[in-house]
Design a protein around this ligand. Structure first.
Ligand code: G3P
Ligand code: CA
Length: 290
């Protein structure tokens, strides 16, 4: 996690209006020893607008190392951080650009998307928060010394998104050995997209989002290191079946499950032996599983 003082962390959390219980000091083993890693889903999206810099900072204020995000391509090929394939739910695109229905991300240039407010829908104090480019997002994650679980969203609607995403990662220093070894995972619901990333950058750790049949897992293990399923689809047997296999980098495959937002469910999936939990409420999940 980032190096910070307890006082600073608590102060930032207070500004965000969230409760904070500090994680163990860096290098100190947690009480549980093998507690699952916690991933802040779209940033700490229970506390700040998803996929914005504010959500990254909210996760950092809670002492969360890993943030998950979603990347798509603009009309002019710029990777931007956005979950939905349209801009309507989380920005003011319908007001700023009337007549541009269905407001698909890929129908707008990066300059147009830069004019949007991606914070007001969540709360007035986030008014003016923009849709980050991937480059800007990476700067913030880097500044916070956090780690990134980056999802290539809807790759079928964004031809070339793997190369475009890898280009920005490389330009921003995220494909150097230190980042690749410790701080970056690229995942997608699209198996072909994960394969493409693995083919273009075999050193990068990858994840497949979904729950392949156990019989199919060996073929996934040729191109991915993680199987990241919905928590509604798994039990201890499935988790063990994944972890028995070695993934694309010769290490036991890992399981990070989503999206678990309450303490009881977090405790249950931790009992299945998952390696990580992806959550909108990272403080709640951390506290339930330590
Ligand atoms: O990282 C897992 C999760 O983000 C997948 O679902 O729809 O929130 O991108 P979604
Ligand atoms: Ca996602």
């Amino acid at each position: 996690m980032s190096v910070r003082t307890a006082a600073a962390s608590t102060a930032v959390a207070a500004m965000l209006g969230v409760c904070v219980s500090l994680p163990p000091a860096q290098g100190q083993a947690s009480a549980a020893g093998s507690a699952p890693e916690v991933f802040a889903h779209r940033g700490a999206s229970a506390y700040a607008p998803e996929n914005t810099l504010a959500a990254v900072d909210a996760a950092d204020a809670l002492g969360i190392d890993w943030v998950e995000n979603d990347v798509q391509l603009t009309k002019d090929g710029v990777p931007v951080v956005m979950h939905d394939t349209t801009l309507s739910r989380t920005t003011d695109a319908e007001e700023v650009f009337p007549g541009r229905a269905p407001w698909a991300v890929g129908d707008f240039t990066a300059a147009e998307i830069a004019r949007l407010d991606a914070g007001s829908w969540f709360g007035p104090r986030f008014a003016g928060a923009g849709v980050p480019t991937l480059a800007r997002y990476l700067h913030r994650v880097e500044r916070n010394r956090q780690k990134l679980l980056l999802e290539i969203k809807s790759p079928e609607t964004h031809p070339g998104i793997e190369r475009g995403t890898l280009r920005v990662l490389r330009e921003e220093g995220w494909l150097d050995p230190g980042h690749v070894r410790q701080r970056l995972v690229i995942q997608s619901f699209g198996a072909e997209s994960v394969k493409t990333v693995h083919a273009q950058r075999p050193d990068v750790v990858t994840g497949f989002l979904g729950t392949p049949a156990v019989a199919d897992l060996p073929s996934y293990a040729t191109f991915t290191d993680q199987i990241n399923p919905s928590y509604t689809t798994i039990g201890a047997d499935y988790v063990a079946a994944v972890q028995r296999l070695k993934g694309a980098h010769g290490k036991p495959m890992r399981v990070n499950t989503w999206t678990v937002n309450d303490a009881g469910k977090a405790t249950e999936v931790a009992g299945f032996g998952v390696d990580g939990i992806i959550t909108n409420n990272p403080d709640v999940v951390r506290d339930a599983t330590r």
